[in-house]
Design a protein around this ligand. Structure first.
Ligand SMILES: Cc1cc2nc3c(=O)[nH]c(=O)nc-3n(C[C@H](O)[C@H](O)[C@H](O)COP(=O)(O)O)c2cc1C
Length: 168
């Protein structure tokens, strides 16, 4: 198979976001490039989590999520949330984090963000699962140029998409 699909996706060059959540005191969050608005009225937003990720496993039991848009100058946050797994390290350590009323960790460094309530989680057999959500709360913290996938070149994901946990 040629690499046409990869080249098309690279040309689109999506903005990067950090998705966070928490269940029973366990915080989780990872860098996400698969995400999109999916309804205008009501306001819905979809994102996709890798089955390999700690954030996915915590997210299976979560009802609410934070989604933070990264500005172009915060590649450090992409590295923090995209190259380390929450199984090995507390990615939130040293960051200013507030807890939304649903327990969602919100990053003070990322004022362009949303709080999302899960509508559905759909596994269609790929290496990522789809989470469809309703937008409970959106904050526009000022104009910004998004950090994009091309800006994250060289970052190695904390989990390869083919990895699976042996934990239940
Ligand atoms: C450029 C880039 C884009 C990524 N996009 C996604 C994504 O859309 N969904 C996802 O679940 N993981 C994505 N990842 C991978 C996770 O952010 C990464 O494996 C992370 O370390 C997982 O952390 P966790 O195990 O604590 O959840 C991406 C990583 C990079 C570098």
């Amino acid at each position: 198979m040629d690499d046409a699909f990869d080249r098309l996706m690279a040309a689109v060059d999506p903005a990067l976001v950090v998705v966070t959540t928490a269940v029973e005191g366990v915080r989780a969050g990872c860098l996400v490039g698969f995400h999109s608005q999916s309804s205008i009225d009501p306001e819905h937003y979809c994102f996709w989590l890798s089955k390999a990720n700690h954030t996915y496993r915590v997210g299976l039991r979560a009802t609410h999520f934070g989604l933070h848009f990264l500005p172009a100058h915060r590649r450090d946050l992409a590295e923090r949330f995209g190259t380390v797994t929450g199984e090995d390290a507390d990615k939130f350590a040293g960051l200013e984090v507030t807890s939304h009323e649903h327990g969602v960790p919100l990053l003070a460094d990322c004022p362009n963000r949303m709080v999302l309530e899960r509508i559905s989680l759909l596994d269609v057999g790929g290496d990522h699962v789809n989470l469809a959500t309703r937008v409970l709360h959106a904050e526009h913290g000022g104009e910004f140029t998004p950090l994009r996938v091309s800006d994250a070149a060289g970052l190695e994901p904390g989990h390869g998409s083919e990895e699976r946990s042996i934990e239940p």
